[in-house]
Design a protein around this ligand. Structure first.
Ligand code: ASP
Length: 328
Protein backbone atom coordinates (compact mmCIF):
# COMPACT_ATOMS: atom_id res chain seq x y z
CA UNK A 1 0.00 0.00 0.00
CA UNK A 2 1.50 3.33 -0.99
CA UNK A 3 0.47 6.50 0.77
CA UNK A 4 -0.69 9.20 -1.53
CA UNK A 5 1.66 12.15 -1.88
CA UNK A 6 0.48 15.58 -2.81
CA UNK A 7 2.13 18.89 -2.34
CA UNK A 8 -0.98 20.91 -1.86
CA UNK A 9 -4.13 19.94 -0.06
CA UNK A 10 -6.91 21.95 -1.60
CA UNK A 11 -9.87 23.09 0.47
CA UNK A 12 -12.59 22.16 -2.00
CA UNK A 13 -16.05 23.65 -2.13
CA UNK A 14 -17.40 20.51 -0.51
CA UNK A 15 -14.85 20.62 2.26
CA UNK A 16 -15.48 24.30 2.89
CA UNK A 17 -19.06 23.39 3.61
CA UNK A 18 -18.04 21.32 6.63
CA UNK A 19 -16.10 24.14 8.26
CA UNK A 20 -17.85 25.10 11.48
CA UNK A 21 -18.46 28.74 12.25
CA UNK A 22 -15.82 28.63 15.00
CA UNK A 23 -13.18 28.06 12.36
CA UNK A 24 -13.89 31.49 10.97
CA UNK A 25 -14.48 33.28 14.28
CA UNK A 26 -11.36 35.43 14.18
CA UNK A 27 -10.67 35.17 10.49
CA UNK A 28 -7.70 32.80 10.84
CA UNK A 29 -6.65 31.25 8.57
CA UNK A 30 -7.33 33.59 5.67
CA UNK A 31 -4.59 32.23 3.41
CA UNK A 32 -2.69 28.96 2.91
CA UNK A 33 -0.59 27.65 5.79
CA UNK A 34 2.91 26.31 5.17
CA UNK A 35 3.62 23.10 7.08
CA UNK A 36 7.32 22.44 7.30
CA UNK A 37 8.32 18.80 7.47
CA UNK A 38 12.03 18.63 8.33
CA UNK A 39 12.67 15.46 6.30
CA UNK A 40 12.56 14.53 2.63
CA UNK A 41 9.29 13.75 0.88
CA UNK A 42 8.26 10.13 0.82
CA UNK A 43 9.32 9.22 4.37
CA UNK A 44 7.25 8.56 7.48
CA UNK A 45 7.11 12.12 8.83
CA UNK A 46 6.11 13.38 5.41
CA UNK A 47 3.52 10.64 4.90
CA UNK A 48 1.86 11.23 8.23
CA UNK A 49 1.91 15.01 7.75
CA UNK A 50 0.24 14.71 4.38
CA UNK A 51 -2.53 12.40 5.54
CA UNK A 52 -3.32 14.61 8.55
CA UNK A 53 -2.92 17.95 6.77
CA UNK A 54 -5.22 16.92 3.92
CA UNK A 55 -8.10 16.53 6.37
CA UNK A 56 -7.09 19.46 8.57
CA UNK A 57 -7.11 21.75 5.55
CA UNK A 58 -10.73 20.79 4.95
CA UNK A 59 -11.62 21.71 8.52
CA UNK A 60 -9.67 24.96 8.39
CA UNK A 61 -11.04 25.92 4.97
CA UNK A 62 -7.56 26.75 3.70
CA UNK A 63 -4.83 24.86 1.95
CA UNK A 64 -2.00 23.46 4.01
CA UNK A 65 1.07 23.34 1.83
CA UNK A 66 3.64 20.80 2.98
CA UNK A 67 7.22 21.97 2.49
CA UNK A 68 10.00 19.42 2.96
CA UNK A 69 13.21 20.88 4.37
CA UNK A 70 15.47 17.93 5.11
CA UNK A 71 19.03 17.80 6.36
CA UNK A 72 21.03 17.62 9.61
CA UNK A 73 18.62 15.16 11.19
CA UNK A 74 15.70 17.56 10.82
CA UNK A 75 17.36 20.44 12.64
CA UNK A 76 17.42 22.70 9.55
CA UNK A 77 13.66 22.54 9.06
CA UNK A 78 12.85 22.87 12.76
CA UNK A 79 15.14 25.87 13.03
CA UNK A 80 13.41 27.52 10.09
CA UNK A 81 10.09 27.36 11.96
CA UNK A 82 11.65 28.40 15.28
CA UNK A 83 12.98 31.56 13.56
CA UNK A 84 9.95 32.25 11.38
CA UNK A 85 7.17 34.82 11.73
CA UNK A 86 4.72 33.67 14.41
CA UNK A 87 1.65 34.81 12.49
CA UNK A 88 0.25 31.28 12.33
CA UNK A 89 1.07 30.69 8.67
CA UNK A 90 4.31 28.76 9.14
CA UNK A 91 3.91 25.61 11.21
CA UNK A 92 5.93 22.48 11.88
CA UNK A 93 5.17 18.78 11.84
CA UNK A 94 8.04 16.81 13.30
CA UNK A 95 8.96 14.00 15.64
CA UNK A 96 10.60 13.70 19.03
CA UNK A 97 14.05 13.04 17.56
CA UNK A 98 14.40 16.62 16.36
CA UNK A 99 13.11 18.11 19.62
CA UNK A 100 14.33 15.81 22.38
CA UNK A 101 16.80 13.12 21.31
CA UNK A 102 19.10 15.48 19.41
CA UNK A 103 19.78 17.53 22.56
CA UNK A 104 22.15 14.72 23.53
CA UNK A 105 23.68 14.39 20.07
CA UNK A 106 24.69 17.93 19.09
CA UNK A 107 27.18 20.06 20.97
CA UNK A 108 24.91 22.99 20.26
CA UNK A 109 21.53 23.33 18.62
CA UNK A 110 20.28 26.54 17.00
CA UNK A 111 16.95 26.32 18.88
CA UNK A 112 15.55 25.36 22.24
CA UNK A 113 12.62 23.06 21.54
CA UNK A 114 10.87 23.92 24.81
CA UNK A 115 11.31 27.70 24.54
CA UNK A 116 11.24 28.50 20.83
CA UNK A 117 8.18 26.51 19.77
CA UNK A 118 4.51 26.42 20.76
CA UNK A 119 3.03 22.92 20.98
CA UNK A 120 -0.23 22.52 19.04
CA UNK A 121 -1.05 18.83 19.28
CA UNK A 122 0.19 15.27 19.03
CA UNK A 123 -0.21 13.69 15.62
CA UNK A 124 0.47 10.00 16.22
CA UNK A 125 2.95 7.55 17.68
CA UNK A 126 4.83 5.04 15.57
CA UNK A 127 6.52 1.77 16.35
CA UNK A 128 9.71 1.03 14.46
CA UNK A 129 10.93 -2.02 12.60
CA UNK A 130 14.43 -3.37 12.03
CA UNK A 131 14.56 -3.94 8.29
CA UNK A 132 17.39 -5.31 6.19
CA UNK A 133 18.16 -5.53 2.51
CA UNK A 134 16.50 -8.51 0.92
CA UNK A 135 19.62 -10.59 0.41
CA UNK A 136 21.30 -10.03 3.77
CA UNK A 137 22.33 -13.54 4.84
CA UNK A 138 20.29 -13.55 8.08
CA UNK A 139 16.78 -14.88 8.45
CA UNK A 140 16.31 -14.26 12.18
CA UNK A 141 17.31 -11.58 14.64
CA UNK A 142 19.89 -13.94 16.19
CA UNK A 143 21.45 -14.54 12.78
CA UNK A 144 21.38 -10.81 12.10
CA UNK A 145 23.22 -10.08 15.33
CA UNK A 146 25.84 -12.72 14.61
CA UNK A 147 26.27 -11.45 11.05
CA UNK A 148 26.70 -7.81 12.09
CA UNK A 149 29.20 -8.74 14.79
CA UNK A 150 31.19 -10.88 12.38
CA UNK A 151 31.16 -8.24 9.65
CA UNK A 152 31.26 -4.98 11.57
CA UNK A 153 33.99 -3.51 9.37
CA UNK A 154 31.89 -3.73 6.23
CA UNK A 155 28.29 -3.55 7.49
CA UNK A 156 26.49 -0.20 7.03
CA UNK A 157 23.22 1.07 8.42
CA UNK A 158 21.04 3.89 7.08
CA UNK A 159 19.47 6.75 9.00
CA UNK A 160 18.01 10.20 8.45
CA UNK A 161 20.81 12.22 10.05
CA UNK A 162 22.03 12.85 13.59
CA UNK A 163 19.11 12.84 16.02
CA UNK A 164 16.56 11.42 13.59
CA UNK A 165 14.24 8.66 14.74
CA UNK A 166 16.08 6.15 12.59
CA UNK A 167 19.33 7.29 14.19
CA UNK A 168 17.89 6.74 17.67
CA UNK A 169 16.58 3.31 16.67
CA UNK A 170 19.91 2.37 15.09
CA UNK A 171 22.19 3.74 17.76
CA UNK A 172 20.30 2.03 20.59
CA UNK A 173 20.37 -1.21 18.61
CA UNK A 174 24.08 -0.97 17.83
CA UNK A 175 24.94 0.07 21.35
CA UNK A 176 23.03 -2.88 22.83
CA UNK A 177 24.62 -5.25 20.28
CA UNK A 178 27.98 -3.66 21.24
CA UNK A 179 28.97 -2.92 17.66
CA UNK A 180 30.14 0.26 16.01
CA UNK A 181 29.15 0.23 12.35
CA UNK A 182 29.31 2.84 9.63
CA UNK A 183 26.19 5.01 9.39
CA UNK A 184 24.92 6.38 6.09
CA UNK A 185 22.97 9.63 6.58
CA UNK A 186 20.05 10.64 4.35
CA UNK A 187 17.71 13.64 4.33
CA UNK A 188 14.90 11.31 5.27
CA UNK A 189 14.13 7.63 5.41
CA UNK A 190 12.05 7.86 2.22
CA UNK A 191 15.22 8.11 0.09
CA UNK A 192 17.04 5.77 2.50
CA UNK A 193 14.40 3.10 1.96
CA UNK A 194 14.88 3.29 -1.81
CA UNK A 195 18.58 2.64 -1.32
CA UNK A 196 17.94 -0.21 1.12
CA UNK A 197 15.68 -1.84 -1.46
CA UNK A 198 18.46 -1.41 -4.00
CA UNK A 199 20.84 -3.16 -1.58
CA UNK A 200 23.10 -0.10 -1.12
CA UNK A 201 23.39 -0.60 2.64
CA UNK A 202 22.48 -3.39 5.03
CA UNK A 203 19.88 -2.34 7.57
CA UNK A 204 17.83 0.43 9.10
CA UNK A 205 15.46 0.88 12.01
CA UNK A 206 12.57 2.91 10.67
CA UNK A 207 8.98 3.72 11.45
CA UNK A 208 6.47 1.05 10.54
CA UNK A 209 4.37 3.53 8.56
CA UNK A 210 7.23 3.80 6.07
CA UNK A 211 8.39 0.21 5.81
CA UNK A 212 5.28 -1.97 6.18
CA UNK A 213 4.27 -1.70 2.50
CA UNK A 214 7.74 -2.73 1.33
CA UNK A 215 7.94 -5.60 3.84
CA UNK A 216 4.61 -6.78 2.49
CA UNK A 217 5.94 -6.67 -1.07
CA UNK A 218 9.07 -8.63 -0.10
CA UNK A 219 11.44 -5.83 -1.10
CA UNK A 220 13.06 -5.78 2.34
CA UNK A 221 13.10 -8.15 5.34
CA UNK A 222 11.73 -7.39 8.82
CA UNK A 223 13.70 -9.02 11.64
CA UNK A 224 12.43 -7.28 14.77
CA UNK A 225 10.01 -4.66 16.06
CA UNK A 226 10.90 -1.91 18.50
CA UNK A 227 7.92 -2.27 20.83
CA UNK A 228 7.53 -4.63 23.77
CA UNK A 229 4.54 -6.24 22.07
CA UNK A 230 4.51 -7.67 18.56
CA UNK A 231 2.66 -5.66 15.92
CA UNK A 232 -0.63 -7.07 14.62
CA UNK A 233 0.58 -6.14 11.13
CA UNK A 234 3.70 -8.35 11.54
CA UNK A 235 2.60 -11.19 13.83
CA UNK A 236 5.55 -13.42 12.89
CA UNK A 237 8.21 -10.79 13.53
CA UNK A 238 9.53 -10.92 17.12
CA UNK A 239 10.12 -7.89 19.27
CA UNK A 240 13.81 -6.99 19.47
CA UNK A 241 13.41 -7.34 23.23
CA UNK A 242 12.17 -10.95 23.03
CA UNK A 243 14.69 -11.78 20.30
CA UNK A 244 17.65 -11.05 22.53
CA UNK A 245 18.15 -7.37 23.35
CA UNK A 246 16.26 -7.20 26.65
CA UNK A 247 14.87 -3.74 27.30
CA UNK A 248 15.09 -2.47 23.72
CA UNK A 249 12.06 -0.25 23.21
CA UNK A 250 11.75 2.80 20.96
CA UNK A 251 8.55 4.44 19.76
CA UNK A 252 8.35 7.76 18.00
CA UNK A 253 5.73 10.44 18.55
CA UNK A 254 5.01 13.18 16.04
CA UNK A 255 3.43 16.53 16.69
CA UNK A 256 2.38 19.92 15.33
CA UNK A 257 4.14 23.05 16.56
CA UNK A 258 4.21 26.76 15.76
CA UNK A 259 6.88 29.38 16.42
CA UNK A 260 7.05 30.87 19.90
CA UNK A 261 4.44 33.55 20.44
CA UNK A 262 1.87 32.14 18.00
CA UNK A 263 -1.56 33.38 19.16
CA UNK A 264 -3.43 31.07 21.54
CA UNK A 265 -6.60 31.37 19.42
CA UNK A 266 -4.73 30.22 16.33
CA UNK A 267 -3.22 27.31 18.23
CA UNK A 268 -6.72 26.37 19.39
CA UNK A 269 -8.03 26.48 15.82
CA UNK A 270 -5.34 24.27 14.40
CA UNK A 271 -5.74 21.94 17.37
CA UNK A 272 -9.49 21.78 16.78
CA UNK A 273 -8.90 20.87 13.13
CA UNK A 274 -6.44 18.22 14.28
CA UNK A 275 -8.95 16.81 16.78
CA UNK A 276 -11.61 16.53 14.10
CA UNK A 277 -9.12 14.88 11.79
CA UNK A 278 -8.07 12.30 14.38
CA UNK A 279 -11.75 11.51 14.97
CA UNK A 280 -12.30 10.91 11.26
CA UNK A 281 -12.97 7.22 10.59
CA UNK A 282 -11.22 7.16 7.20
CA UNK A 283 -8.07 8.82 8.51
CA UNK A 284 -7.90 6.62 11.58
CA UNK A 285 -8.51 3.43 9.58
CA UNK A 286 -5.78 4.28 7.12
CA UNK A 287 -3.21 5.17 9.76
CA UNK A 288 -4.11 2.31 12.09
CA UNK A 289 -3.47 -0.12 9.23
CA UNK A 290 0.02 1.36 9.05
CA UNK A 291 0.52 0.80 12.80
CA UNK A 292 0.23 4.48 13.74
CA UNK A 293 -1.31 4.89 17.16
CA UNK A 294 -3.52 7.96 17.19
CA UNK A 295 -3.84 10.05 20.35
CA UNK A 296 -7.06 10.28 22.31
CA UNK A 297 -8.71 13.69 22.68
CA UNK A 298 -6.94 14.26 26.02
CA UNK A 299 -3.58 13.27 24.60
CA UNK A 300 -3.98 15.66 21.67
CA UNK A 301 -4.10 18.96 23.59
CA UNK A 302 -1.26 21.52 23.34
CA UNK A 303 -0.58 21.07 27.07
CA UNK A 304 -0.31 17.30 26.68
CA UNK A 305 2.21 17.77 23.87
CA UNK A 306 4.25 20.16 26.04
CA UNK A 307 4.30 17.52 28.78
CA UNK A 308 5.17 14.79 26.29
CA UNK A 309 8.09 16.82 24.94
CA UNK A 310 9.53 17.36 28.42
CA UNK A 311 9.06 13.68 29.31
CA UNK A 312 10.90 12.63 26.14
CA UNK A 313 13.81 14.98 26.89
CA UNK A 314 13.99 13.57 30.43
CA UNK A 315 13.94 10.02 29.10
CA UNK A 316 16.07 10.12 25.99
CA UNK A 317 18.84 12.60 26.73
CA UNK A 318 20.29 10.46 29.56
CA UNK A 319 19.58 7.22 27.66
CA UNK A 320 21.46 8.37 24.56
CA UNK A 321 24.34 9.68 26.69
CA UNK A 322 24.47 6.32 28.47
CA UNK A 323 24.66 4.60 25.08
CA UNK A 324 28.01 6.32 24.73
CA UNK A 325 27.35 8.30 21.55
CA UNK A 326 29.38 11.49 21.61
CA UNK A 327 27.73 14.77 20.59
CA UNK A 328 28.88 16.33 17.33
N1 ASP B 1 11.31 9.89 10.54
C1 ASP B 1 12.49 9.58 9.86
C2 ASP B 1 13.61 9.51 10.83
O1 ASP B 1 13.71 10.33 11.69
C3 ASP B 1 12.83 10.58 8.81
C4 ASP B 1 11.76 10.78 7.83
O2 ASP B 1 10.63 11.04 8.21
O3 ASP B 1 12.08 10.73 6.65
O4 ASP B 1 14.42 8.65 10.71
Amino acid sequence: MKLQRRSVMAGTAASLAVVGSSAWAHGYPTKPITMIVPFAAGGPTDALARVLCAKMSEHLGQQIVVENIGGAGGTIGVNKVAKSNNDGYTLLFTHMGTLAVNIALYKSLPYDSQKDLEPIGLGGTNPMVLVTKKDLPAKTFAEFQAYVKANKEKVQYGMAGIGAASHLGGLMLNSMMKVDVLEIPYKGTGPALNDLMAGQFDYMVDQAVNVLPQIGSGNIKALGVSTLKRLPQLPDVPTIDEAGLKGYEVTIWNGFFGPKGMAKEQIAKVNEALGRTLADATVSKRLTELAVELPSKDEATPEALRTQLKASIDKWVPAVKAAGVLPQ
